[in-house]
Design a protein around this ligand. Structure first.
Ligand SMILES: Nc1ncnc2c1ncn2[C@@H]1O[C@H](COP(=O)(O)OP(=O)(O)OP(=O)(O)O)[C@@H](O)[C@H]1O
Length: 824
């Protein structure tokens, strides 16, 4: 990565009164706007790689800024140098120069050829072209007829102008003459700012090709076979202009618009490139022909330098600031520079031959490595598969055991029953009817045999569902029993043998169980292949049988799972019912309590109304009233207490609880009725007594009656307060019940959640088993696939070697393989 080199050149002032208020002052690599006789303006201070003041010469600009790029171009690096600035700021003067002070381009041309002469060890081929971009059209300055040329891009040449004349040149004079000729065709025009203003951007291009002179005939790729190609662009841009200042109209105006537009796009590209790599996004190179052609120089593979020319006049201060800001942004751009080397056909051939040789050397080792890796992979696969088989075998063993157990039980039962029937009927075995004796004994002998022998051989008869189920594994009686240990079967040797000899189509076995394994003998099939083939066929069948067993097992597990699911559901339902009842009770409890209170309230009101009546009739003495009230209160609270206790105790809606409540209600009613009756049946005497007493009292103690009433109301207040407290207590009680209810609901939810998790686990287990089954199938398929690929690889290799032997004049050793051919 390399930063673009940016310099600023201040042209000498062209008018006397240019420094009235401010002036640009150059100090080392910094340029600052100063006030006349005053301080520098810190906001207008810029630093660059180089700053050339008014007294600078083109020679110094070239030496410091461009020479390195020109020399690097001779070493194969792309290079670009361009001048940027407002109109009349000295771009053309810098690039082309004058008779006395040649500019960058003539100096570069001379330097190129001077340097070439010193590079005796290399041969150079230099082609030059000269073009302009005028009103966004590319014209060839060396051939007037070549107008409106198009830009193309190719992998080999990158971005290029199609149809542009490229002149092969041998010396500097030749090039300078071509430039001179091209200058004639260039568009210049007069504006208020510049009598000879460039109306187009010009690009002088040198394509420098070189290769080493010494030729080394050894096998190594000689440096003379490597060609360096670099492109050197020396660009004189048209200057940005303010129409008000240039006074352009008509053609000049149109030109000015094109110039400004393309410079604006150049500014955009520079802006984008000056942003960080992450932020920059799309770079609009294609928005103008200028940026498209300069694309490699801007953020691409080129060493680039920019000379920004500025005018010192105060009147141009804004344009100068603009140019300096452009230069500041350009300073942040980095290019990725590398030598451009291409190979001649001979070099390519040599390099490829070397590579082939290297590969050939490696081949022996690499082939073995590849095979080893393959074997290692297969071994791993086999290990996995063996583990799976081991698992299946264990399951199978369990099945066997359970079946044997079942058979033993059945045998015992039969034996018992036959003993019973013999003793009951007074017969012995010989007396059992032949068909029965034969049937039973035959059947269980068969079962016994089946349990002891190969489980894949079906019993002759099917005495139970269990054996019937197992009998479906029987249609392969031709094959031997399962190998004792599967790990002994498929090993590295087996793979090697198989790949040397034949291949079994396991895919077809997968779909058509009864089909025989097909083998494909090759030219070097050995006699032992047939027996090997049989062995592998058997193994494949065994594997298939194991797979089927696994399927069966999975099926059983699924059944178990579904049974468990249904059991769980049942449990859930059972759990739900009491929960529902509980919920109902909890909801009903406050209602019941309020019902009870309501009932008591009715009874109490009834008694109170009787008492009020009696009191107003004068039937009831205060003492009696008080004692009756106390009695009623005591009864009421006692009954309420009982009610609450019953409601709480019997909240699970037991009918006994309800009956007790009703009974308690009845008792209370009876008591109240008794009180009412006793009040209504008060003897007249007592009333009179009471009245007299009352009268007496009123006469004798006028004030004491008032005292009684006050005590009475006080008593009532107290009772009222007590009742209120009780109501509060009841409310608290109700709240705590509700609290308990919500806690219980939460617990219930937790239990349900646990239940669901258990169900999920069960499902996962089933899924896992299914996946396992899939894996086993996949492995079987991969097994077959690998066999095929080994055979085809072998055949292809042989064919390629034969083909190559026939085609190539180079005699190759026998070990030369197909990889060498691919490389070629
Ligand atoms: N460093 C310099 N020393 C002496 N004269 C200069 C210098 N720079 C520019 N000039 C003079 O200033 C005038 C304008 O310069 P030039 O034509 O190079 O400007 P330009 O930037 O190319 O303008 P345009 O963009 O319009 O083509 C010319 O007469 C040129 O000789």
């Amino acid at each position: 990565m390399e930063k673009i080199c940016v310099a600023v050149r201040l042209r000498p002032a062209v008018s006397e009164d240019s420094t009235n208020g401010t002036f640009w002052k150059v100090e080392d690599n910094r340029i600052t706007l100063h006030k006349i006789h005053g301080t520098p303006l810190s906001t207008s201070s810029y630093a660059f790689d180089h700053i050339f003041d008014e007294s600078s010469t083109n020679a110094s600009v070239y030496e410091l800024l461009t020479k390195d790029i020109i020399l690097a171009a001779l070493d194969g690096f792309n290079g670009t140098a361009f001048a940027y600035g407002q109109t009349s700021s000295g771009k053309t003067f810098t690039m082309n120069g004058s008779e006395t002070d040649p500019g960058v381009i003539p100096r570069a041309v001379r330097d190129v050829f001077t340097k070439i002469e010193t590079m005796c060890d290399r041969e150079f081929l230099i082609r030059v072209s000269y073009m302009e971009i005028y009103n966004e059209e590319i014209n060839d300055l060396l051939v007037v007829e070549n107008q409106k040329l198009q830009i193309h891009e190719s992998l080999e040449r990158g971005v290029f102008v199609a149809g542009l004349r490229e002149e092969i040149v041998n010396n500097a004079e030749q090039v300078l003459n071509l430039i001179k000729a091209g200058e004639v065709n260039r568009h210049f025009g007069e504006t208020n700012m510049n009598v000879r203003s460039s109306r187009s951007h010009t690009i002088f291009r040198m394509v420098i090709e070189s290769k080493g002179k010494d030729y080394n005939s050894s096998n190594d790729c000689s440096i003379s076979d490597v060609v360096r190609v670099s492109v050197l662009n020396l660009v004189d841009l048209a200057g940005s202009e303010r129409i008000a200042k240039t006074g352009a109209d008509g053609v000049r105006l149109k030109e000015g618009k094109y110039i400004n537009k393309s410079l604006m796009i150049l500014g955009n590209v520079i802006n984008k490139l000056s942003e960080g790599l992450k932020q920059r996004g799309h770079i609009p190179y294609r928005d103008s022909k200028l940026t498209r052609i300069l694309q490699p120089a801007l953020g691409g593979n080129a060493k680039t330098s920019i000379i920004c020319t500025i005018a010192p006049e105060e009147v141009h201060i804004e344009e100068t600031r603009g140019t300096l800001q452009f230069a500041s942004r350009a300073k942040r751009i980095t290019n990725c520079v590398q030598v451009n080397e291409i190979l001649t056909d001979a070099a390519l051939l040599k390099r490829q031959q070397l590579e082939i040789e290297e590969l050939r050397m490696k081949l022996q080792g690499s082939r073995a490595e590849v095979l080893e890796q393959e074997i290692f992979k297969l071994r791993n696969d086999l290990l996995k598969y063996e583990m799976e088989c081991g698992k299946l075998e264990m399951e199978l063993e369990e099945e066997r055991k359970s079946r044997d157990q079942w058979i033993r039980e059945q045998r015992m039962k039969i034996e018992n029953s036959s003993t019973r029937s013999s003793s009951e009927c007074g017969t012995n075995d010989s007396q059992v009817p032949g068909f029965l004796r034969h049937g039973l004994m035959e059947e269980f002998n068969d079962i016994n045999r089946t349990s002891q022998e190969d489980i894949f051989k079906s019993p002759k008869a099917a005495p139970s569902a269990f054996v019937t189920k197992r009998s479906k594994y029987s249609p392969l009686p031709d094959y031997g029993p399962l190998p004792i240990a599967f790990s002994n079967v498929a090993d590295e040797d087996m793979w090697l043998k198989m790949n040397n000899g034949y291949v079994a189509d396991l895919d077809s076995l997968q779909t058509t169980p009864n089909q025989k394994v097909q083998s494909f003998p090759t030219s070097d099939t050995t006699a032992g292949c047939a027996s090997e083939s049989d062995k592998y066929e058997r193994e494949v069948h065994d594997l298939r049988q194991k797979l089927e067993l696994a399927n069966e097992r999975i099926h059983e597990l699924e059944q178990k799972h579904s049974e468990e699911v249904s059991t769980s559901k049942q449990l859930m339902d059972e759990h739900e019912t009491p929960k529902h009842q509980e919920t109902q009770v909890f909801h009903a409890l406050p209602l019941k309590l309020s019902e009870s209170v309501e009932n008591f309230k009715d009874s109490f009101e009834e008694v109170l109304s009787v008492m009020q009546r009696s009191a107003s009739d004068g039937k009831l003495s205060t003492t009696k009233m008080l004692s009756t009230m106390s009695e009623i209160g005591a009864q009421l609270f006692a009954s309420l207490e009982v009610h609450f206790a019953l409601n709480m105790g019997c909240e699970r809606s037991s009918s006994a609880g309800n009956h007790a409540l009703i009974d308690e209600q009845k008792i209370f009613h009876e008591k109240m009725n008794n009180i009412i009756t006793s009040l209504e049946l008060l003897p007249e005497s007592s009333i009179t007594e009471g009245q007299e007493g009352k009268h007496q009292c009123s006469c004798e103690h006028k004030g004491s009656g008032l005292g009684e009433e006050t005590a009475y109301s006080k008593d009532l207040n107290e009772r009222y307060e007590r009742l209120e407290r009780d109501v509060l207590l009841l409310r608290d009680e109700r709240d705590s019940l509700l609290q308990k209810f919500s806690e219980s609901s939460q617990k219930l939810a937790m239990v349900s959640c646990q239940k669901e998790n258990a169900l999920k686990d069960l499902n996962t287990e089933v899924q896992r088993r299914k996946n396992l089954e899939g894996d086993v199938k996949q492995f079987t398929a991969a097994f077959a696939c690998r066999q095929k690929s080994f055979i085809s690889f072998h055949n292809e290799l042989n064919a390629n070697i034969e083909k190559f032997r026939a085609q190539t004049p180079i005699s190759l050793p026998k070990s030369f393989g197909c990889q060498d051919l691919n490389m070629l």
